[in-house]
Write a protein that binds this ligand. Structure first.
Ligand code: LLP
Length: 423
C-alpha cells in the first residue's frame, strides 16, 4: 500500500496528476517516453544545503559519492554548489571533471585501484587517495615515484562497528574486503610516512549504507578520533578525517534521522578539533530527489497473483531484485477504480525481474507509474541486460525540464562490437 501523505519533497499531486516541482510527470512521459529517471534540482540542492547548514562553521568538505548517481547533470549541480566528490574509479573521475568538479576536492576510495587509475588521479591532482590495503600503499608509492607527483593519502581504516544494515551494504566489519584492520593501522601509517612518494594527510572510514541510527557512525568516529590522537603522539599528524557516507533515507516506513540529527553527535565529538571533516554522502543527497517513471504495458490477472507488466525492468532499477528493496509505486494520474493487488514486473526473462510486489493499485493498461526514492543507486546500477537501451534521465528545475541523458538506442548498445569475419 502506498501512503500518499508521505510523498517525498518536491513531489505533489495536482490537477495534472503527479508533479515533480512544477512539471507534470505525464508531460515528461509524453515528451521523452518511458522508462525515464526524473530528478528534482530543488531536492538535490536542498539535501546538499542541509549538510552545509548542519556543518555550520566547521571546516568541512562534502564529497558526494558519485556511485549513487553519476549523471553529469546531477554532478554539475553539486559541483556548482562547491561540492567535492568521492570516486571509486577512473571513469568516475572523468565524469567529475567533465561535470566541472574540482580534482582538488576529489577523494578516491575503492579496494582495486589500477596503476592507470592511480596515474590518472595523480595527473588530475586529486585531493586524497583513500588507501585500502598494504599492497595498495606500496603500489601507489611506486606509481607516484614514476609519475613524479607525490601522492596524498589517507588510510581507510575498518573500525569494526556493526552498522545494523543490509549485509550486502555493510562495509565496516572485520570480515569484509574494505579498509585496513584497526589494529594494523598504526604500523601502516609508519610505513606510509617512510615511503618517499607518499604524503600522509588523513584517515577515512565508511561503515555501511542506509544507516537509520546515528549511534554506529558515532561509535566509529569515536574509535577513529582515538586512533588519530594516538597517531599524533607517535609523530603522525593528520589534517583531515573522512567519515564516509551512509545516512539512510525513507523508502517505505523507515524513520531515518534528519541530516542535522545524524551529524549532531559527530560534530560534538569534533568540537574544538582542528582537522577538516570530510563526508561522502550518496543516498541521502540523491535518493529521494529522483524517481523512475514507467508505463504499464499489460495487466495480467491471475489466480494466484495479478501482474502489472511495465516498460522498466531490473536492468533499469536493480535494487528490488538484488536486495529485495522497497520502492513506493504511485500512479501518476489517479483513477476512480477499486484497487487491485499487483506485482509490478518488467519484460526481462528472469523471475527475479520485479520492481515491487503486492501493491494495491487502481490502474489500467497504459497508465504511468512512478517508482519513488530511485535517485540513488538507480540509473548508476543499470545495465543493458536483454539488450535493453538504458532509460533517459531528466532534471526538472521549477517548470523547466533538462534532458540530462538521452535514451540509448539499440545501435549504441553494439557500437563497439564486430560480427566474426566470414571464413
Ligand atoms: N563512501 C564509500 C567508501 C562507500 O563505499 C559508499 C557506498 C559511500 C561513500 C556512499 O554511501 P551512502 O551515503 O550512499 O550510503 N548499491 C547499494 C548501496 C551500496 C553502497 C556502497 N558504498 C544500494 O542500492 O543500496
Amino acid at each position: 500500500m502506498n501512503d500518499e501523505k508521505s510523498l517525498p519533497p518536491a513531489l505533489s499531486r495536482g490537477a495534472h496528476g503527479l508533479m515533480l516541482e512544477d512539471v507534470a510527470l505525464a508531460d515528461i512521459a509524453a515528451r521523452f517516453g518511458t522508462p525515464t529517471y526524473v530528478y528534482s534540482r530543488a531536492a538535490l540542492t536542498a539535501a546538499f544545503a542541509a549538510y552545509r547548514r548542519a556543518l555550520g562553521e566547521r571546516p568541512a568538505l562534502i564529497c558526494c559519492a558519485v556511485k549513487a548517481n553519476s549523471n553529469l547533470g546531477v554532478l554539475s549541480i553539486f559541483a556548482a554548489l562547491g561540492a567535492g566528490f568521492d570516486i571509486v574509479s577512473g571513469g568516475e573521475l572523468a565524469r567529475v571533471l567533465a561535470a566541472g568538479g574540482h580534482a582538488g576536492r576529489v577523494v578516491f576510495s575503492g579496494v582495486g585501484k589500477s596503476r592507470a587509475e592511480m596515474r590518472q588521479a595523480l595527473a588530475a591532482g586529486i585531493r586524497c587517495f583513500n588507501v585500502e590495503s598494504a599492497a595498495e600503499l606500496e603500489r601507489l608509492n611506486e606509481v607516484a615515484g614514476e609519475s613524479g607527483i607525490p601522492a596524498p593519502i589517507a588510510l581507510r581504516v575498518n573500525p569494526d562497528v556493526d552498522p545494523k544494515t543490509h549485509p550486502y551494504i555493510s562495509t565496516g566489519l572485520k570480515n569484509n574486503k574494505f579498509g585496513v584492520a584497526f589494529t594494523d593501522a598504526p604500523a601502516l601509517y609508519q610505513r606510509a610516512a617512510s615511503l618517499p612518494h607518499l604524503r600522509v594527510r588523513g584517515i577515512a572510514c565508511h561503515i555501511g549504507s542506509q544507516l537509520l541510527d546515528p549511534a554506529p557512525a558515532t561509535e566509529a568516529a569515536r574509535r577513529i578520533l582515538d586512533l588519530v590522537d594516538r597517531l599524533a603522539t607517535a609523530g603522525i599528524a593528520l589534517d583531515h578525517i573522512d567519515l564516509g557516507g551512509g545516512l539512510g533515507i525513507r523508502y517505505r516506513n523507515e524513520t531515518p534521522p534528519t541530516i542535522a540529527a545524524y551529524l549532531a553527535p559527530l560534530l560534538e565529538l569534533f568540537a574544538g578539533r582542528p582537522e577538516e571533516l570530510c563526508l561522502e554522502p550518496g543516498r541521502s543527497l540523491t535518493g529521494n530527489a529522483g524517481l523512475l517513471l514507467t508505463r504499464i504495458e499489460y495487466l495480467k490477472p491471475g489466480g494466484e497473483k495479478n501482474f502489472a507488466i511495465v516498460d522498466a525492468a531490473m536492468n533499469d532499477l536493480a535494487r528490488p531484485a538484488l536486495y529485495d528493496a522497497w520502492h513506493d509505486a504511485v500512479t501518476v494520474v489517479a483513477r476512480d477504480l477499486p484497487p487491485r493487488r499487483y506485482d509490478i514486473v518488467g519484460p526481462i526473462c528472469e523471475s527475479g525481474d520485479f520492481l515491487a510486489r503486492a501493491r494495491d493499485l487502481a490502474v489500467e493498461e497504459g497508465d504511468l507509474l512512478a517508482l519513488l526514492s530511485a535517485g540513488a543507486y538507480g540509473m548508476s546500477m543499470s545495465s543493458n541486460y536483454n539488450s535493453r537501451p538504458r532509460a533517459a534521465e531528466v532534471i526538472v528545475d521549477g517548470g523547466t525540464i533538462h534532458l540530462a541523458r538521452a535514451r540509448e538506442t539499440p545501435e549504441s548498445l553494439y557500437a563497439l562490437e564486430q560480427p566474426f569475419p566470414p571464413t
